[in-house]
Design a protein. Structure first.
Length: 221
């Protein structure tokens, strides 16, 4: 696990460096030509592939229902990540999707909900979708400490990756603090670009599944 943690730390460090480069030409090339999205899709495909090809190990550890749930979840996320490809095909999607795509996360229906803000002391306003993301990542990262059922543990991250699973929350908190202290410039309170945060979250799930499907070591006496 220590090598996987080192890999995640390296990935996060590179993301911090890339974000700090601001508007360099090569940064624009990396972020705005969908290369990060391609990497995200590849990581998700790898997660689904590893889960399915090792389904016997996974079912033995966590049961069939957890296997189906995970395949469905990551399949759905993969579709949502690739749904930008539907923009050129779906001619009627403009009527219900703000990007003209056939997906859920850009539905106009959610615009008003996502724009809801809640005011907190010191940190000012937090959007509704940010709160939902925070709840989800806390649940998926630390649920294993709460639920002792062996099958349910297949839903949550392995305990060694709990902190990495909260990278969204941690970067949001740090960037807010740095912005309040005027260390980050106003209007650009970003520690790591959103697409790079997503990539790092998917990498956390990737190393997590590698641990989940790891075959037990047999001791010979």
């Amino acid at each position: 696990m220590k090598y996987k943690k080192s890999f995640l730390i390296l990935s996060i460090s590179i993301s911090l460096i890339i974000t700090s480069l601001k508007e360099k030409d090569y940064l624009y090339f990396i972020l705005h030509e969908s290369y990060v999205e391609y990497l995200q899709a590849l990581v998700l495909i790898a997660i689904i592939f590893l889960t399915y090809t090792n389904k016997k190990i996974f079912v033995k550890k966590f049961g069939k229902n957890i296997l189906r749930m995970r395949l469905l979840f990551f399949g759905f996320i993969l579709y949502e990540e690739l749904s930008y490809l539907s923009a050129s095909i779906c001619k009627f999607c403009d009527s219900f999707n703000k990007n003209g795509e056939l997906n859920i996360h850009n539905l106009k229906l959610f615009e008003n909900i996502n724009n809801l803000t809640f005011t907190f002391p010191i940190i000012d306003n937090i959007q509704f979708d940010t709160i939902i993301y925070c709840i989800f990542f806390i649940f998926i990262s630390y649920g294993g400490y709460i639920f002792k059922n062996n099958n349910l543990k297949g839903i949550f991250l392995e305990k060694g990756y709990s902190l990495f699973g909260c990278i969204f929350i941690i970067t949001k908190a740090i960037s807010t603090i740095l912005c309040i202290l005027n260390i980050l410039e106003q209007g650009r309170c970003i520690l790591i670009y959103g697409e790079l945060i997503e990539l790092n979250i998917y990498l956390v799930f990737l190393v997590d599944i590698l641990d989940k499907i790891k075959r037990p070591k047999f001791k010979f006496t």
